[in-house]
Design a protein around this ligand. Structure first.
Ligand SMILES: *Cc1c(COP(=O)(O)O)cnc(C)c1O
Length: 400
């Protein structure tokens, strides 16, 4: 049990707290599920890129899936070996490509023919061979939320099977490119196994047809998207997930790569905020807290559900909105939730805030971003200090 009250007293609020032991459990659970084959867990750094968190994952043996060169730098800085680092993303700048090639990371994941031409040109100029994988779009409906699904042709990610095949043949004929991997990603919060199995089957078929023309794909990257429980969602057990993928790989000797973000860190994180006061507007009750949408954006951005709890209070429960002080009506953490009567200073815990929480925080309304604390085996340590006013204005003062 994490002592939220002590942490809030010591580090003030709003505050992010991460249970690193939970991250360890998640890592081992997933790694264990893939144990029937060679595998690499490449944590999706975009979910939470804190250096201490990455160091913790590095010590467990994790790799990193990065979507900017700064994420690659964070991974390297945290001790994740270069041969476990992947650079993905639908748009990469020339300088990012160049740095990734010079750093000699495991592979660059490509999402278009135009991008492949850029990578080929840059690799040639550097006199290097670029290890690449291609993100294919198997065009399977993942059956998740329509705004967040990424597996259908109507979105910007990846290339279709025919284009991918053409790209592999071209890459195989280039001295500057070395096609070693294939990748697909179904999108977040996957809840169904059938679409994953179907997509994996389509991609595995492509790998077999490439093998028939002597293009040997060694890394089979199934992306991320394993879901977590925020409320009462159905989730997929890692073991079943791995078995569904294994069932499509007969005749192939590949290393599986999995890129979990949310699964690894989502449930390990808590956002702590204190009640400022309550108000009632035309019969609607609002509990106003010192945290806001700039600190934790998911409710405002996706209308995402997070469980909330007022610590130590259970009396006089009635419906209320839990809102922040930012000047936007979209600034809320919970709407029409049964909440107890509160007093100023009461501590509120917002659950499952470890993924896409701090990384999406901004300084909107000139609010310094919160501190972050990690708890390991009952001991806590600060892993990012609270921003100060000086931090907010430093870069502007340099131009005055
Ligand atoms: C965002 C992303 C991930 C991680 O997604 P989660 O839903 O957090 O697991 C993995 N791979 C790619 C390509 C992504 O874009």
């Amino acid at each position: 049990m994490i002592d939220f009250k002590t942490l809030a007293d010591r580090y003030d609020t709003p505050l992010y707290v991460y249970d690193f032991d939970h991250i360890t459990e998640r890592y081992r659970e997933l790694k264990g599920a893939f144990s029937g084959k060679k595998s690499l867990i490449s944590y999706a750094v975009k979910a939470n890129s804190n250096l201490s968190l990455l160091t913790h994952l590095a010590e467990l043996g994790s790799g990193a899936d990065c979507v900017s060169i700064a994420e690659v730098r964070r991974a390297l800085m945290s001790g994740i070996p270069k041969y476990k680092i992947i650079f993905s993303g639908v748009g990469k700048r020339d300088d990012e490509i160049e740095e990734a090639l010079r750093e000699d990371i495991l592979l660059l994941n490509l999402e278009s023919e135009a991008e492949m031409e850029r990578v080929e040109k840059i690799a040639k100029e550097l006199g290097l061979q670029a290890r690449i994988s291609i993100r294919v779009n198997p065009n399977i409906d993942p059956k998740t939320h329509p705004y967040i699904s990424t597996g259908l042709h109507e979105n910007k990610f990846g290339v279709d099977i025919e284009t991918a095949k053409r790209m592999y043949i071209k890459a195989n004929n280039s001295k500057s490119l070395y096609p070693v991997g294939i990748h697909f990603h179904m999108g977040p919060q996957l809840t169904e196994l059938d679409p994953i199995r179907e997509a994996s089957q389509i991609v595995a078929d492509l790998v077999r047809s490439l093998k028939a023309i002597k293009i040997d794909i060694r890394f089979f990257d199934v992306g991320g998207g394993l879901g977590i429980v925020y409320d009462d969602e159905k989730t997929i057990a890692p073991y079943d997930y791995a078995q569904a993928i294994f069932s499509t790989l007969h005749g192939l000797d590949v290393t599986l790569i999995c890129e979990p973000g949310r699964f690894m860190v989502g449930n390990s994180g808590y956002f702590l905020t204190r009640v400022l006061y309550e108000k009632v507007n035309e019969g609607r009750r609002f509990v106003i807290v010192d945290g806001a949408m700039n600190d934790l954006l998911r409710p405002s951005l996706y209308n995402a559900f997070h469980k909330v709890e007022v610590l130590g209070k259970s009396e006089d429960v009635s419906e209320a909105d839990l809102v922040g002080p930012v000047c936007e009506s979209g600034d809320f953490f919970a709407k029409r939730r049964a909440l107890p009567a509160t007093e100023p200073g009461d501590l509120v815990v917002v659950y499952s805030a470890g993924a896409y929480g701090f990384v999406m925080a901004s300084n909107y309304n000139s609010r310094p971003r919160p501190a972050e604390v990690a708890v390991t085996e009952g001991k806590e340590r600060c892993i990012r200090v609270r921003e100060s006013f000086e931090d907010l204005v430093r870069l502007e003062k340099m131009c005055l």
